[in-house]
Structures are given as C-alpha cells and as structure tokens.
Write a protein that binds this ligand. Structure first.
Ligand code: URA
Length: 240
C-alpha cells in the first residue's frame, strides 16, 4: 500500500506527524537506501525503511496505548463527542482502528486501540480472563465487608453474579485499587453501588501485565512494541 512518507514514518515509529516531518527534513529517513527529504513523497509500506540508522518494517497490525482523558468516548465515531479514535487517527490514517474494550466517558486511563480484530476478541473473551487494573476514588469508605464481597463475587442489582474480583483500599479508605477479570457494562460503578458506594473518579492503570507509564499524560498515546503487546495477552500468545 502506498503512503505519504511522513505518514509512513508516523505509523512505523509511533511518532507524531510533526516529529516525523522533522526527521525527514533533517535527512534522517532513507527509503530503499536513498535519503528522502520531502515529507509528501510517496513510499510503499513494503519499502526498506531506515530512520536515524535503524531499520523499520511496516507491521500488519498496530497496537496503541492511549491515556483517555475525561469526556472522550470509547467508540469509533460519535455525533457529539470526541472519540478515542479521533485522538489517534491522524498518525494512522489507513488503519481501521477501534478500541479493544471500553471505558466510560467519565473514566480515564489506559485504552488499547488496534486494528487487529482477532487479538481484541481474544483479550476481551471471558474465556481468557485478562485482568484489568483500576484506581478509584469513592464517596464512602471501602470496608472489609466490601473487600470480602468482591472476593466472593458480587451479585448486581439485576441478579447478575460476577466473578471474584480484588479491591484493595489505600490507607485513606476512599481510594482503592480494583482488579477485574471480566468486562460488564459500568461494572465497577455497579459493583460498588451494591455497597452504597459512589465512584468519584475511575482510572485504568493496566491491562494484563502491561502498566500505563505515569508520565503518559491524558490524551497522549504510544505505539506498543511486540513485547508490550505480549505483556497484555500473557500466555495467550504462547498458547496459539
Ligand atoms: N467499570 C465502570 O464502571 N466504568 C468503567 O469505565 C470501567 C469499569
């Protein structure tokens, strides 16, 4: 597939378009052994790409970690709100990106964005129990009763029995870490609601074994390396 060179550099490196352009104009990008200084030159994704002395290949699929800001919706398109895809699409123009799992509009933190449908299906499948880690702040203290209730499996107001989950309150009692092994709509808010606890803020910090770095600011995103993607999926990769 043919790309503008700056777009191709964005896709293979995960850099912003402005940074990609800078590398090109500085003469740091070689296509098939030739330095190209024009950002709008066309290149094939199968071309030999060397950036700053390092070889890159255009991958079949892309995996992006976004720190979702509050007010942004986890959807591919929306009439009224900015979506997680709006935040990243410019750097990945030809990709059919979608969020692999959702966070509520008011929640923040790690959203995985990809164009790999099979991978998304696998990590979201209830069969695989890929854990997701959150930090919540709440309006009523998290007591031992709540900790035990989460461990035993909460029954939601509509009768749904959930899998065992972990809630670990911090010393203040109003902040806690939660680890879930399934994804049900508004799950944490509904689980805490059973104990008359309201959620003030909800932030996802990790998916599987991959933690979001603390310095990834809201709205920022990074393209994941193969080993980071493997950390999300745990042993799913080695099983296949
Ligand atoms: N549980 C919720 O209630 N909201 C989220 O965004 C994620 C988990």
């Amino acid at each position: 597939m043919q790309y503008r060179l700056d777009r191709l550099v964005c896709e293979v490196t995960g850099l912003s378009r402005a940074d990609a352009k800078k590398l090109i104009t500085k003469g740091l990008v070689k296509i098939n052994g030739e330095i190209i200084k024009k950002a709008d030159r066309k290149a094939e994704d199968t071309d030999d790409i060397v950036i700053n002395g390092k070889s890159y290949t255009h991958e079949k699929y892309v995996y992006i970690m976004l720190n979702k800001p509050e007010g942004v919706v986890s959807a591919t398109g929306d009439k009224n709100d900015v979506t997680v895809i709006d935040l990243v699409q410019d750097d990945f123009p030809r990709r059919n990106l979608f969020p692999a799992g959702r966070l509520d509009k008011t929640s923040t933190g790690f959203v995985l964005i990809t164009d790999d449908g099979n991978f998304a299906h696998d990590i979201l499948s209830p069969k695989h129990h890929v854990p997701k880690t959150y930090i919540v702040t709440v309006d009523n203290p998290v007591t031992d009763r709540v900790v035990k209730g989460f461990e035993e499996g909460v029954t939601l107001a509509d009768g749904t029995l959930l899998k065992s989950a972990t809630i670990t309150p911090y010393d203040d009692g109003y902040t806690a870490q939660i680890i879930l092994h399934q994804g049900v709509y508004h799950q944490i808010k509904r689980m805490l609601g059973v104990f008359d606890i309201g959620v003030n803020t909800l932030h996802r910090t990790a998916i599987g074994g991959l933690e979001m770095p603390h310095d990834l600011a809201p709205g920022e995103y990074v393209k994941l390396t193969k080993s980071q993607v493997e950390m999300i999926a745990g042993d799913l990769f080695t099983e296949n």
